[in-house]
Design a protein around this ligand. Structure first.
Ligand SMILES: C[S@@+](CC[C@H](N)C(=O)[O-])C[C@H]1O[C@@H](n2cnc3c(N)ncnc32)[C@H](O)[C@@H]1O
Length: 299
């Protein structure tokens, strides 16, 4: 195996030293990234990866197509986040979903472990008064008052968080949710897939955690719109590494306990979907109310 210096001089002799330097630097960079990706899904490695991520596409590089994103908003977000809700979003990144939660929320709280993400959101949503920003330690939600949240939303975040840290979050969800409140969490399904740096979380662990802390699981699904759209459109139906869990904090009615809210749109799974993996090129401009309506549709 050649060292960096030997590679530099060998390629340099043959193809020029500037080119050689470029090759060595890009290999070095790739090596560091790969090593990071092989790290366990700790809070520290999340902080490292998302602090150095190139956010120039605003997270839209993870939206399969603009139509796919619109479908998530229409079939998953809107049925589960009614207008006028007090909403918590965990891990907003550059605000890919925040822009659709914000016009619906009476008040939105965004919490992220990565300071640069909160800074991006602050700049992007500076014209909105109904949003509070928090940088946390990747675990703690104790700054959110008990029973003060109607809806919790998190997409493309819990897929990267290890199950012990997820359990800790779920425990706190049970406190901060108002009775009848609901959570929509996208997370890893099988705990084994490394596609997309997924964590050890599973669908069953989420059911167990919810049960342990008194939350009712309403649905788990990996497709919607009668199975026409999937979380991972490019993978075969049974190969997707993720799932969405919707849970509710029950309302106590006398000695009975029920989840007050109407069930969300019926979900199914398994049909083919046709989304490409082309990323959108939309940039990170400050958002206006009119701009958000264009992306997220009518409230
Ligand atoms: C892949 S990005 C997704 C961003 C955004 N949700 C989206 O879909 O575009 C993951 C985000 O989760 C945040 N994150 C990761 N681990 C976290 C944790 N334990 N607590 C809070 N935020 C976390 C990262 O800082 C980053 O903003």
């Amino acid at each position: 195996m050649l060292t960096g210096w030997e590679t530099l001089t060998e390629i340099g002799r043959e193809q020029g030293y500037l080119h050689a330097l470029r090759v060595v630097l890009s290999r070095l960079f790739l090596g560091v990234r790969l090593r990071l990706k092989r790290l366990p899904n700790t809070i520290e490695s999340n902080l490292q990866i998302w602090s150095s991520h190139d956010w120039s596409e605003g997270g839209e590089e993870w939206s399969n197509t603009p139509e796919w994103k619109a479908s998530v908003v229409e079939h998953v977000l809107k049925p589960n986040v009614p207008t006028g809700s007090r909403v918590l979003e965990i891990g907003p990144g550059a605000g890919r979903w925040t822009e659709c939660l914000l016009p619906r929320a009476e008040h939105l709280v965004v919490v992220d472990v990565t300071p640069v993400c909160i800074e991006m959101c602050k700049a992007r949503f500076k014209d909105f008064g109904n949003i509070d920003y928090f940088i946390n330690d990747g675990r703690d939600l104790s700054f959110i008052p008990a029973h003060s949240i109607d809806r919790i939303w998190s997409w493309d975040v819990f897929v990267h968080i290890q199950s012990t840290d997820i359990e800790n979050y779920v425990r706190q969800f049970a406190t901060i949710l108002a009775p009848g409140g609901r959570g929509v969490i996208h997370h890893s399904k099988s705990g084994v897939s490394q596609t997309g740096w997924r964590s050890d979380m599973t669908a069953q662990k989420m059911v167990d955690f919810c049960q342990r802390y008194g939350l009712d699981v309403l649905q788990q699904f990996d497709s919607w719109d009668n199975g026409r759209v999937r979380i991972w459109p490019a993978l075969p139906a049974d190969a997707g590494p993720d799932i969405v869990t919707i849970f509710a904090k029950p309302v106590q009615v006398g000695r009975l306990r029920r989840s007050q809210i109407a069930p969300a749109e019926p979900q199914s799974s398994g049909l083919n979907a046709d989304g490409s993996t082309e990323p959108s090129s939309r940039g990170l401009r400050p958002s206006s109310a009119e701009g958000l309506a264009a992306v997220c549709g009518p409230r």
